[in-house]
Design a protein around this ligand. Structure first.
Ligand SMILES: CC(C)(COP(=O)(O)OP(=O)(O)OC[C@H]1O[C@@H](n2cnc3c(N)ncnc32)[C@H](O)[C@@H]1OP(=O)(O)O)[C@@H](O)C(=O)NCCC(=O)NCCS
Length: 137
């Protein structure tokens, strides 16, 4: 892998929105994103020089539940091991901060075509279905 710079807890709302747009379009509002960054347990960002090329974040309660969100590698940087690096960083955060001697529930939501990627780290699906709504405030 080329020389990449990994940063912890520096991901900004602007960077988040830029990366989101690079893969999904229709990014959330700056105000929502700013609050989300502020309340995230752990943010990882990866830079190639000055350019942000990937991000991931972990939300949760530090005790029982950790939830992986917004794992994104810029399309032209995919399939070079950066996604693996992001997940290992997030799992490392739990290993460092989780209550020693306990088992900790780590969850995420993945589209079917991304499941093989997550299975490489030991994630597996169960029969639970994701329920969701978009609540207008
Ligand atoms: C999913 C994603 C993060 C993977 O990142 P990446 O940098 O391409 O992944 P890596 O190069 O680190 O791949 C790690 C391993 O997973 C494999 N892999 C990566 N994407 C895969 C996929 N879609 N299906 C199956 N295997 C995959 C790689 O071949 C590699 O395998 P190996 O270690 O045995 O050689 C990236 O494709 C992405 O950002 N996609 C768009 C956003 C997205 O959908 N995010 C996931 C939200 S749930």
């Amino acid at each position: 892998m080329e020389s990449l710079i990994i940063k912890h807890n520096e991901l900004t709302a602007e960077q988040f929105i830029g990366l989101w747009e690079s893969v999904w379009g229709g990014a959330p509002s700056p105000e929502q994103t700013r609050l989300a960054m502020e309340h995230t347990l752990f943010r990882v960002s990866v830079f190639d020089g000055e350019k942000i090329v990937a991000m991931a974040r972990m939300i949760g309660d530090m005790g029982l539940d950790y939830y992986i969100k917004d794992v994104i590698v810029r399309p032209e940087y995919q399939r070079r091991g950066i996604g693996r690096l992001l997940i290992n960083e997030l799992l490392g955060f739990i290993a460092k901060n989780g209550v020693p001697g306990t088992e900790i529930f780590v969850e995420l939501c993945a589209m079917p075509d991304k499941i093989p990627f997550y299975e490489k780290f030991g994630f597996s699906s169960n029969e639970a279905q994701r329920l969701r709504m978009m609540l207008k405030v």
